[in-house]
Design a protein around this ligand. Structure first.
Ligand code: SR1
Ligand code: MG
Length: 402
């Protein structure tokens, strides 16, 4: 079974049975393909007698969301498994355990997190995650700091840049986030109700200037090893636990792209709260919770990143130049805000949307949510290089919501 082909559920069971010592000998396993993402097959394999279970994720040689006309490298499975293993060392307990990686089959076998829910779905259902800001800020501070030139041997880092070169997946991001929303292309997915707002995106020179700068940063700034797709669909959560999954877009890029992704997806849920009626107190309360989570996430991230730098910084000049750390952190905040804006805009007019908005059944409310998200996204993009505090982001969100 070693040459590459998409697995059947029965074949996935046979592979699971061959993993030494995981399931009891002779166990009668069940398997269900549960992948609901854009790119891969995901098999959930269980043994009802022992209660043991695992997940097998197999890359397809094309983007599932579009079909075989969009070929995609299988090497992303290697990148994902190697990044997950590294994250497990840098941020223990915050990612699933990898049991096995099969290069031929582009297959990663990992811990089953079925006792968690995809955070995007949890937020849509109104669940709050009081420990999320603490967990995700730890994850980002540790994975970004210790893979950057501030926190690891700078020659080893260059070798790691080579290992995690990921041109095909980066191209998806470059097109879908930093190009398509600002032009007319059949790749976009625009509701007719917001055609005027989408059209405005293609004619806004000030916006294009800022997006071009952010695109350049994404293309050229190998600052740290990113997760690369850190939205709330890449997080399994319970109120007590957070597990980051799906790092197949990992590559060396600007740190603010990961931090911005987290904030963008909290704000997409914020916009999706249009679902509830305007006088619903619960709506404004949940929105306030989301804004508080954004502020906590940034503040805790900054505090933890600075603490790691002060304790483990390896770059003499970066450690000692007066004002350098403050300058670096301010630039990182600005990048975070700019990338957050880009990630919001792409989920409204680009190829791939989010359920936080699209699941709103009422046409008028969904349109209001889309327009609000675009207003927030474009404001953040225009704010980015002038920002000096996370509170300025919150002010823009509040101004857009009026
Ligand atoms: C064709 S892939 C579309 C999107 O899904 C992934 O989660 C990434 O966000 C990508 O842009
Ligand atoms: Mg994914």
């Amino acid at each position: 079974m070693s040459s590459y082909h998409p697995l059947t559920e029965q074949e996935a069971i046979e592979i699971a049975q061959s993993i030494d010592g995981f399931f009891p000998a002779g166990a009668s396993l069940s398997c269900k393909e549960i992948g609901d993402g854009n790119l891969n097959l995901v098999f959930h394999i269980t043994d009802s007698v022992s209660g043991k279970s695992l997940i097998m994720k197999q890359a397809l040689p094309y983007a599932k969301v579009v079909g075989e006309s969009w070929p995609l490298t299988l090497d992303r499975a290697r990148i994902e498994s190697e990044k997950l293993i590294l994250e497990g060392k840098l941020a223990p307990g915050l990612v699933p355990v990898v049991y096995k990686y099969d290069k031929e089959l582009a297959l990663t076998v990992m811990e089953d997190l079925s006792d968690h829910v995809i955070m995007r779905h949890g937020l849509i259902g109104g669940t709050r995650y009081p420990l999320f800001a603490d967990h995700i800020s730890t994850f980002m501070a540790r994975t970004l700091f210790f893979t950057s030139d501030l926190g690891m041997n700078q020659q080893e880092k260059k070798l790691q840049v080579k290992t995690f070169i990921n041109p095909e997946l980066c191209k998806i991001t470059e097109d879908l986030i930093f190009d398509d929303p600002y032009t007319v292309t059949p790749n976009n997915n625009i509701s007719p109700a917001i055609a005027d707002a989408a059209d405005a995106l293609t004619r806004d020179g000030e916006l294009h200037f800022e997006v071009a700068l952010l695109r350049d940063k994404f293309l050229t700034n190998a600052q740290a090893l990113l997760h690369g797709d850190l939205h709330t669909g890449s997080v399994f959560a319970t109120p007590e636990s957070t597990k980051v999954i799906d790092p197949e877009f990992a590559f060396y890029g600007p740190m603010g792209f990961d931090v911005g992704a987290v904030i963008a997806n909290l704000l997409l849920n914020y916009a999706g709260q249009e679902h509830w009626s305007a006088d619903d107190l619960a709506r404004s309360d949940f929105r306030q919770y989301l804004l508080n989570t954004i502020v906590d996430t940034w503040k805790q991230f900054e505090e933890k990143f600075r603490a790691l730098w002060n304790e483990h910084g390896i770059d003499r000049l970066a450690n000692s130049a007066p004002g350098y750390q403050d300058f670096y952190m301010r630039r990182l905040l600005q990048d975070t805000i700019g990338f957050a804006g880009c990630k919001i805009v792409r989920r409204i007019v680009g190829l791939s949307h989010v359920a936080d908005i699209d699941r709103i059944p009422d046409d008028a409310k969904r349109e209001r949510a889309q327009r609000l998200a675009l207003e927030i996204g474009t404001r953040l993009i225009k704010l980015n290089r002038n920002a000096a505090s996370i509170e300025q982001l919150i002010e823009e969100v509040k101004a857009a919501s009026k």
